[in-house]
Design a protein around this ligand. Structure first.
Ligand code: IVH
Length: 700
């Protein structure tokens, strides 16, 4: 078979008729698999590129177009199904850029001979289309799209789809159309249950929804979610209602659906919105795209529709797709690649964590080589094997994750992932009693990592105590725990080390002395309490104000700190108890055990202002602030952690991600995605200089 050759911008050029024919066959097989909920070897991105190459070839060779080309017919052709649709279930044409959308909109306006009155912009839900027929308000039949003219009866799934009630709020007869999908949480649950029952995992939420929808007589049920995008009359529909559907704007139809108790995107962070101009469409597309990574379900684009019935009717539909709507496709956030290895790394607290090593794959502009695997149970639950093809998901700033192995691509050569029997760092036993495995030596296992972390710039900031110096101290047996740095290590011992002259020694001792004056939040962070990092340590320190108050807190009191829930609180309390000896020694060695500017909580469980509220004075009082990009001007030397400390001292709350609740984004040089998102959401932006001006009283 002739393989397509790579052309510009990741697209394919089909050199000849043979390549064209094989591309058509590949696309046809993939489309069939896509709509049947099964076994495509192409991810969406590869499929789109293939179809574009086919379309380009057909543009140049119109006389060679094959009958089963995916470019010219209702997509998803050869699917079982014998329930005729009253009105064909069409597909959508795609655009991939603002320019393509503008061109498409102009051609629609030319066709109808006037400007489109208003546009309805909504998420393109990544699931599968379904028609739900209600008779007198009761859900009577569920039909898949099939080939668009007839689909498969999947009424057995009635009652398992959230948002598609078995009874409407009024006894009406009508057809509801929309998308069935699995949220990320539903997908995780579905694969857990499925693998527990000995089934192969689904590769992604879309496949899972398709497979689940079509499966009959399963021993278990897994929930799915429905989002409506259309209402149609059925033969028994009341004439007034049918007239209403005929005349109503799309937005009004969606409101009507929601009023009947059917789920629509209005219940999500990305509701459908009506806008007046093409420019506003572009802006709304950007907003939805910016929110994509945080949505609890997948979207693969944005659907833009002429909102008014009159505009839709005037435009009409082709055999494959309506002319009044288009899908603005977003870059794929899922790709198939290979799981090459699993690394087991021991962190500074002794947690033995697996990490997937992947064959590098480009996802949405970045090369992904590693993905998180949370814990060993995660591997078992996902039935992952070495050599598996895996579906990798990466959107926005999130850490890439493996959704599932692509089970049908297994060759039989895959091998089991071997779990370590002993700690890969020190060879001790591993405590496997919790989901997260931990070296039996706990935080003492990876002493070098723990000490290097404690000495780091965002913790005790001990200049001269870099990784190699820590290794030297540990290898020489001079330091066995954090307090040893402060109450055991002597000048003579340091002088006895290689590459340690008088100057380096005195500099290091001076740096250790300066560390004694670091605020409590940094001391706490340096201790490496499991379940806390820099920002959590700051929150705890600001909440309790003194180490004594922190140590006196029980789990309930710990939960008063923002971001600490029922699960985390007892872990932190237990960790602090485990660290008691070290904390005592650090205090005795003169390290600061108070947080400047914070006041300890008054009596527990008061309804009055929480300490955070009381402390919230200053130029950023009550504001949620995100810092991104490189700082310049007076802030140039500040690390991200120091910037966050500054925000909090000024009464604000620092956060790592931009949302509609963000009050301010400080965008330095090279700020990328977060700045774009702030712009899209209309969040206030400041340069580092403007911000420095705002908090100038706090800059020393
Ligand atoms: S409108 C006649 N709206 O995308 C217009 N479709 O690629 C038909 N989809 O077949 C669809 N979200 O399964 C519409 N908000 C949305 C959608 C949506 C997802 C699906 C639908 C359609 C496919 C086309």
């Amino acid at each position: 078979m002739t393989t397509p050759s790579a052309g510009a911008a990741g697209s394919f050029v089909l050199p000849d008729a043979t390549a064209y024919a094989s591309a058509v066959e590949q696309a046809r097989a993939a489309a069939a698999a896509y709509y049947e909920g099964g076994t495509s070897v192409l991810d969406d991105d590869a499929y789109d590129r293939l179809v574009r190459a086919i379309t380009a070839y057909e543009g140049e060779h119109p006389d060679e177009v094959l009958a089963d080309s995916p470019s010219g017919k209702v997509a998803g052709g050869a699917v079982v199904g014998d329930v005729p649709h009253t009105v064909p279930m069409l597909s959508l044409d795609n655009v991939f850029s603002d320019e393509e959308f503008t061109t498409w909109a102009a051609s629609l306006e030319r066709r109808i001979g006037r400007a489109v009155a208003s546009w309805n912009v909504q998420p393109k839900l990544d699931g599968l289309a379904i028609a739900a027929r209600y008779e007198d308000g009761r859900l009577a039949r569920l039909v898949t799209r099939g080939d668009g003219t007839a689909g498969e009866d999947v009424s057995h799934a009635i009652g398992t789809i959230e948002g598609l009630p078995t009874a409407l709020s009024r006894p009406v007869t009508l057809e509801v159309r929309g998308e069935v999908l699995m949220t990320h949480a539903q997908f995780e649950y579905a694969n857990t249950v499925r693998t527990e029952h000995g089934g192969a995992p689904f590769a992604n939420p879309r496949n899972a929804a398709a497979g689940t929808l079509r499966a009959k007589d399963r021993a278990y049920t897994v929930p799915m979610t429905f989002f409506c995008y259309g209402l149609l009359p059925l033969p028994g529909t009341d004439q007034d209602l049918a007239d209403e559907f005929e005349a109503a704007a799309h937005g009004a139809v969606m409101d009507r659906a929601a009023g009947l108790g059917i789920n629509t995107p209005a219940s999500t962070a990305v509701p459908g919105t009506v806008v007046a101009s093409v420019d506003e469409v572009h802006a709304r597309v950007k907003e939805i795209a910016a929110l994509r990574a945080e949505l609890p379900f997948g979207i693969d684009g944005i659907v833009v529709k002429a909102d008014l019935a009159a505009d839709q009717q005037q435009a009409g539909s082709g055999s494959r797709a309506p002319r009044w709507a288009v899908a603005f496709k977003l870059p794929a956030v899922e790709k198939i690649t290979k799981l090459l290895a699993v690394e087991w790394n021991v962190g500074r607290t002794g947690i033995v964590a697996p990490r997937a090593v992947l064959q590098p794959v480009d996802i949405d502009g970045s090369t992904v080589t590693f993905a998180t695997l949370h814990n060993p149970a995660d591997i078992t639950r996902r039935d992952l094997r070495l050599g598996d093809h895996v579906m990798v998901y990466k959107a926005g700033d999130i850490i890439p994750r493996i959704e599932a192995p692509v089970a049908h691509l297994r060759t039989g050569e895959e091998t089991a992932i071997v779990f370590p029997a002993e700690c890969p760092q020190c060879g001790s036993g591993i405590d496997t009693s919790e989901q997260r495995w931990r070296c039996e030596r706990g935080r003492n296992c990876h002493l070098v990592a723990a000490l290097a972390y404690a000495a780091g710039r965002d913790q005790l900031d001990i200049e001269g105590l870099g990784h190699s110096r820590v290794v030297q101290l540990v290898d020489a047996g001079l330091v066995e725990s954090l307090p040893d740095l402060f109450d055991r290590l002597t000048r003579d011992q340091l002088l006895g080390l290689e590459r340690m002259g008088e100057t380096s020694t005195d500099n290091l001792l001076a740096a250790l002395d300066r560390a004694r004056r670091q605020p409590l939040s940094r001391v706490l962070c340096a201790l490496g309490v499991r379940g806390t990092g820099r920002s959590m340590s700051r929150r705890i320190a600001r909440h309790f104000a003194t180490m004594d108050a922190i140590r006196a807190a029980d789990a309930e009191a710990m939960q008063q700190v923002e971001g600490i829930g029922v699960e985390k609180a007892p872990v932190i309390v237990a960790e602090l108890a485990e660290l008691a000896g070290q904390i005592d020694r650090l205090a005795a060695a003169g390290l600061s055990m108070t947080e400047p500017g914070a006041t300890p909580p008054a009596a527990p469980a008061e309804d009055a202002d929480t300490p955070e509220d009381a402390a919230a004075t200053g130029p950023l009082a009550g504001m949620k602030v995100v810092v991104t990009g490189a700082m310049t001007g007076p802030l140039e030397s500040l690390s991200r952690n120091q910037m966050n400390e500054l925000v909090e001292r000024a009464g604000g709350k620092s956060s790592g991600s931009v949302s509609k609740n963000t009050s301010l984004v400080v965008a330095g040089e090279g700020a990328g995605a977060k700045r774009a998102k702030a712009e899209a959401l209309g969040v206030r932006l400041m340069t580092p200089d403007e911000f420095a001006e705002l908090v100038s009283d706090l800059l020393g």
